[in-house]
Write a protein that binds this ligand. Structure first.
Ligand code: FES
Length: 422
C-alpha cells in the first residue's frame, strides 16, 4: 500500500459505502490523483456537506438535500391571507399558529400540504411551490384551479383563519449561489418557484447583483399571473431583462416594460433574445415546455449541468437496464392490500400496504410511481427520497442510514402509515 495517504482500495470503499465517514481520511482520499472523477466527486460531496453543517445521511451517494428539513412530518399552519391572482390562480399565505416566524425556505422550494376537504374524507396530500420571498417568516403558495380535488379545495374554499397541515420546505430546485447570470424560464403556473428566486435576486441583502433574465410564457395578459409583481422585482435589479410570449394574446396585450412576442418560446425566438449561454438556467412548467426548453438551451450552447428543471408531479425515474414501452400514470395496484396506507405525495396516490411486496420500492413499482434505484439492497442510496411522516422497518439494514427526513425505499416496509415525497 503506497501513494498519498496510504489508503487501501478497501478503505476508500468503506469510506463511501459504510457509515464510516472519517472526514480526515476522506480529505486525503479526495486528493488521490489516481482516483476517478466520480469517486473524487463523492469524497468532495462529504467535505462540502460537512462545511454546510450536514452530518447525517450519505452525501457521497445521495444527491443530498441542501439542508435537512426544518421539521419532520407535518405541522399546523394558519391561513392569514388569501389573494385572487387571476380567475384561475389563488395565493394563500400561511403562518405559524402562534405567529412565530417560520424558518426561511430556500428560493425554489415547495411545501407539502395535508388537508381534509370534508371531515369524513381521506386527507389530500399535495405539493405546491412557495411563490413569495423565502425569508418572510410566512410561506405564500399559489395554486391554479385544476380538475383535481386538491387544487379545487384550496382555490374554492380556503379562507383566512383556516388551518392546514404543512411539511417543512423541501426540494432541490433551488437558486444556487454564484456570480453567473441567471435565466429564469417559466410557463403558466410554473412561474411560482422562479418567482421566489426572483424575490431573492431582487433582495436588498443580495451582495452583488447578478444579471437576470426573466422569460415567461402565458396564453394572454389576462392569464399572465404575477405580471406586475415580477415587473416590480425586475425594476429593482439593475440591467435585468424581461421577455414574455403570449400564445393567444388579446389585441391590447402590450406593456411598455416587457418585450412581448406572440407565440411560443422556441430556438429561434430564444436566440433572438441573445441570452448568455454561460448562465445558470432555471426552468419550470409543464413537461412539454421543460423538454423543449432543455433541447433549445442545449442547441444554444448551454451546458446540460447548468440547466435546472422543476416539473410539477413526480420526478423522472431511474431504472438501470429497464426500457419501458410506455410511461403509465400512477394508479392503485390490484388487488389492494390491507396494511398501513402508503402515500406517494407527488403522484397524488395513497394505497394500503400489502405484504406480498418485499419493499416499498416494489409497491411503488406496482403503482407505476416513478422511482429511482440501482442496487435494491440498501447500498447505493439511489432510491433515497423524502419521508414526511410515518415509520419504516429496514430489512436488510442498509449499510448507511439515509439523511434525516429521508428514506431508502428498496430495503424497507411500512410500520405505520407513511407519506413519501414521490
Ligand atoms: S440503496 Fe440502492 S437502490 Fe436503494
Amino acid at each position: 500500500m503506497d501513494g498519498p495517504g496510504k489508503i487501501s482500495v478497501a478503505e476508500i470503499d468503506s469510506l463511501l459505502y459504510s457509515a464510516n465517514h472519517d472526514l480526515s481520511r476522506i480529505a486525503i482520499a479526495a486528493r488521490i490523483p489516481a482516483l476517478s472523477r466520480g469517486w473524487k466527486g463523492s469524497m468532495e460531496a462529504f467535505l462540502q456537506a460537512a462545511k454546510s453543517g450536514i452530518r447525517n445521511g450519505n452525501p457521497g451517494l445521495a444527491s443530498s438535500s441542501p439542508s435537512a428539513p426544518a421539521w419532520e412530518g407535518f405541522r399546523w399552519a394558519k391561513v392569514v391571507e388569501v389573494h385572487r391572482e387571476t380567475h384561475e390562480v389563488t395565493s394563500v399565505v400561511l403562518a405559524d399558529l402562534e405567529r412565530s416566524p417560520f424558518p426561511s425556505a430556500l428560493p425554489g422550494q415547495y411545501l407539502v400540504l395535508r388537508c381534509l376537504p370534508e371531515k369524513s374524507s381521506t386527507p389530500l396530500i399535495r405539493s405546491y411551490s412557495i411563490s413569495g420571498a423565502a425569508d418572510l417568516g410566512t410561506y405564500r403558495i399559489s395554486v391554479k384551479r385544476g380538475t383535481g380535488p386538491g387544487s379545487r379545495h384550496i382555490v374554492d374554499t380556503t379562507q383566512v383563519g383556516d388551518k392546514l397541515e404543512i411539511s417543512a420546505p423541501r426540494g432541490e430546485f433551488i437558486l444556487r449561489p454564484g456570480g453567473r447570470p441567471v435565466v429564469l424560464l417559466s410557463a403558466g403556473i410554473g412561474v411560482t418557484p422562479v418567482l421566489s428566486m426572483l424575490h431573492a435576486l431582487a433582495s436588498k441583502s443580495t451582495e452583488s447583483p447578478r444579471e437576470v433574465w426573466w422569460i415567461h410564457a402565458a396564453r394572454s395578459a389576462k392569464e399572465h399571473v404575477f405580471a406586475e409583481e415580477a415587473r416590480q422585482l425586475l425594476a429593482a435589479i439593475p440591467g435585468s431583462h424581461s421577455a414574455i410570449a403570449y400564445s393567444k394574446p388579446d389585441p391590447t396585450d402590450q406593456h411598455e416594460n416587457d418585450l412581448i412576442i406572440q407565440g411560443h418560446w422556441d430556438l429561434a425566438s430564444l436566440r433572438k433574445l441573445g441570452i448568455p449561454v454561460e448562465a445558470d438556467f432555471y426552468v419550470c412548467g409543464p413537461p412539454a415546455f421543460l423538454k423543449d426548453m432543455n433541447r433549445d438551451l442545449i442547441s444554444l450552447g448551454a451546458p446540460q449541468n447548468a440547466i435546472h428543471q422543476e416539473v410539477f408531479g413526480s420526478a423522472d425515474s431511474i431504472e438501470p437496464g429497464v426500457t419501458k414501452a410506455e410511461v403509465k400514470a400512477p394508479h392503485s395496484p390490484v388487488p389492494l392490500g390491507t396494511g398501513p396506507v402508503v402515500s406517494f405525495t407527488r403522484s397524488g396516490l395513497a394505497v394500503p400496504w400489502d405484504s406480498r411486496y418485499k419493499s416499498v420500492l416494489e409497491l411503488a413499482e406496482a403503482c407505476d410511481v416513478p422511482v429511482r434505484w440501482s442496487c435494491r439492497t440498501g447500498v447505493c442510496h439511489t432510491c433515497e427520497c423524502g419521508i414526511l411522516g410515518g415509520r419504516l422497518r429496514y430489512t436488510p439494514e442498509p449499510l448507511d442510514r439515509p439523511a434525516s427526513g429521508n428514506a431508502l425505499i428498496c430495503c424497507s416496509t411500512p410500520e405505520t402509515p407513511i407519506e413519501l415525497d414521490l
